[in-house]
Design a protein around this ligand. Sequence first.
Ligand SMILES: Cc1cc2nc3c(=O)[nH]c(=O)nc-3n(C[C@H](O)[C@H](O)[C@H](O)COP(=O)(O)O)c2cc1C
Length: 329
Amino acid sequence: MKIGNLELAGRTVLAPLAGITNLPFRLLVKECGCALVCSEMVSAKGIVYNSEKTLTLLDSKATEKPLSVQIFGSCPDSMGEAASFIQEQGKADLIDINFGCSVKKVVKTGAGAALMKDFENARKVITAVRNAIRLPLTIKIRSGWDSSGCQAFRIAEMAQECGVDGIVLHPRTAGQGFKGKSDWSLIARLKEKISIPVIGNGDIQSAEQGLLMMEETGCDAVMVGRAALKNPFIFSQIEALLENRQCCKVSNDDVFGIMKRLVSYYSEYYDDQHASRMLRGRLAWFVKGLPGASGFRKQLSIINSCSEAIKLIQDFSASLAKQDYSALS
Ligand SMILES: Cc1cc2nc3c(=O)[nH]c(=O)nc-3n(C[C@H](O)[C@H](O)[C@H](O)COP(=O)(O)O)c2cc1C
């Protein structure tokens, strides 16, 4: 699987998730077999204005490579300048432009999904970024702004003409947000219309569904977002199914191991208090459905240090092991 001149080792991609796909989470997902990880969306204006908070979003590490950095904005000049900065600083292996964010704050500036209803500015933004960088370039689009028509096809064809190397399609309209079901048939139709790689995205909840999306749509790779929060192993599981290997079951020990890894990555990149605050939410995802999860979550919500997080995980793991043992005896 190649996007421009970037060769990927597999066909799975982590979706950009604002506030979530930071460096620690990406490192974790990479270890779980993801072929291409993606940053949170980064404001082009923030980069151009040298905002410290924005620039920290560009922190990366060699072991997570290849890395796609997603930028958002509506001003062609700032988008080009930001993309060029990212390339010159060696921060990314691929740049992605956000055409999908439907959050009011973003859309009202003409960025994100609003670009889908402004064809001429969309072309200017893509052209500015394309002319600014040699790195492979993708755009991540929705099916359209609203259900009046499929802006996705027109935008994707234009993007291909402008030299974009791949299209990610999340087939919901901006108006839908995350409601309803993503319409995978649009991914199949897009695949027929363009020759550059198509990455399908939307509602993959299991490895089997990842495989199904590839089979049903013919897409070149699949992008997974929310399902990876509970099961980061989904990437290696999808890769296994694609190679006709058995999809490994995830044990409780695997889950607790990965939780501890996440704590260690957070403690490496953030100060203890900040890390533990963020981990209160992050660690809760992994235990969904396990017996005793609600008690664990309650205790998690008041941790103030990474060492408290590790102790909680160990205690929870031991209590489950005891239950397993009593079930056997
Ligand atoms: C919390 C959250 C944050 C998101 N942030 C971004 C973002 O920064 N950029 C983007 O293009 N899409 C973003 N998305 C959309 C996802 O990348 C993805 O398209 C969507 O969740 C559908 O995929 P999924 O069903 O696998 O989660 C976000 C979604 C969620 C739930």
